[in-house]
Ligand binder design. Structure first.
Ligand code: NAD
Ligand code: GLY
Length: 360
């Protein structure tokens, strides 16, 4: 087992990474302080893993709530199902919520924990690659609004993150690739060596080679933990983790939640970020093709969605948490493995770039 630490002073917490960790009850129970536990999962994941977690919790008063599966259910209405269960069953302030699932379950459970009685503890047990390398770490929680992705939420850190890499065995290939988009993201933000390792090992990752996967998960979590420790609430550096996301969130919202997987939209977004960086004269053509090549080898989409026009895309990009005083800020690439958060471009150039990209 590999244990990393998210360093946030008194709110620091461990990330456990390894095979069959769900069989080690202590890794969960040592982070539960009261008697009451509510496991939040969904209708796909619960039949696969709920009993395994319940077995670890025999000495607790444990209930579960099973949400419908899908990004389209990540909203305030479905979130209420968690509060209904907590209140009906008289859960108190010493309750611990456990998020058992992918990023949707993790973000919703974390937000419920942040709000219930003004804050109760929660533990992340991520079961998708995307959730294991990104969403379970760092305390961003929340739900979507029909007008904007992840627009309602809170920064709220878990007590611990338990990554059992065995759970990836039931994940389908499309979801695995979606997770690889966020893995590639770390290489592009600030870790060229990791990007080059990914170029050499992408086939092993797609085949779920356990050593390659463990390395990629740990390296991704370390990258994320370092950034979160420096800038928990995204007043600066943390915005780098949004590489590809301003374009990607616009695609997810514009195409309708669930049409593109989050990682797929981010992959298209990273392509657009790379190409716009090249157009501004920052990134060289060879690096752009290496990025496209790696995304394609990871079986990720890179084509521009046909459902959207460039002006719809630009409108949606204005609904972004990085916008300051009405000005869009983007994460762009200065070179391969070095990204920056910037507003140093003309809106007109972005508009023209989008028109060309959308073949208008
Ligand atoms: P997801 O939670 O929808 O899971 C993908 C699918 O895989 C679902 O159908 C799920 O039921 C299924 N699944 C999960 N684990 C499985 C397993 N082990 N075996 C079989 N099926 C399994 O999607 P995701 O990609 O995990 O997460 C995407 C969400 O995460 C988005 O809402 C995105 O906004 C959010 N996100 C949040 C952060 C953050 O920092 N909080 C970061 C990145 C993404
Ligand atoms: N996934 C972006 C962040 O956690 O900041």
């Amino acid at each position: 087992m590999n244990t990393l630490q998210v360093e946030l002073g008194t709110r620091s917490y461990p990330i456990y990474i390894g095979q069959n960790l769900l069989r080690q009850p202590d890794l969960i129970t040592s982070h539960i302080h009261g008697k009451q536990v509510l496991i939040v999962s969904n209708e796909t994941i619960a039949p696969l893993y709920l009993n395994k977690v319940l077995t670890s919790l025999e000495n607790f008063e444990t209930k579960s709530v099973i949400l419908p599966d899908g990004e389209q259910y990540k909203n305030l209405i479905v979130l209420n199902q968690i509060f209904d269960t907590l209140l009906r069953q008289h859960f108190n302030r010493q309750t611990t919520l456990i998020a058992l699932g992918g990023g949707v379950v993790g973000d919703m459970t974390g937000f419920a924990a942040a709000c219930y009685q003004r804050g109760v503890n929660f533990i992340q047990i991520p079961t998708t690659l995307l959730a294991q390398v990104d969403s379970s770490v760092g305390g961003k929680t929340g739900v979507n609004h029909s007008l904007g992705k992840n627009m309602i939420g809170a920064f709220y850190q878990p007590q611990s993150v338990l990554i059992d890499t065995e759970t990836l065995k039931t994940l389908d290939n499309r979801q695995l690739s979606a997770g690889l988009a966020e893995v590639i993201k770390y290489g592009l933000i600030n870790d060229k060596e990791f990007f080059e390792w990914l170029e050499a090992n992408i086939t092993a990752l797609l085949k779920q080679d356990s050593q390659a996967l463990s390395f990629a998960i740990a390296r991704s979590c370390q990258n994320k933990a370092d950034i979160v420790a420096e800038d928990e609430k995204e007043s600066g550096k943390r915005a780098l983790l949004n590489l590809g996301h301003t374009f990607g969130h616009a695609i997810e919202t514009g195409a309708g939640y669930g049409e593109y997987l989050h990682g797929e939209a981010v992959a298209i977004g990273m392509r657009l970020a790379a190409e716009f960086s090249a157009q501004l004269g920052w990134l060289d053509a060879t690096s752009v093709s290496r990025i496209l090549n790696l995304l394609e080898k990871a079986a990720l989409p890179t084509e521009i969605p046909k459902e959207l026009t460039s002006s719809q895309m630009l409108d949606l990009m204005q609904v972004d948490k990085k916008v300051i005083d009405g000005k869009i800020r983007l994460v762009l690439m200065e070179s391969l493995g070095k990204s920056v958060v910037t507003d140093q471009f003309n809106l007109r150039d972005l508009e023209d770039f989008l028109k060309v990209s959308f073949l208008e």
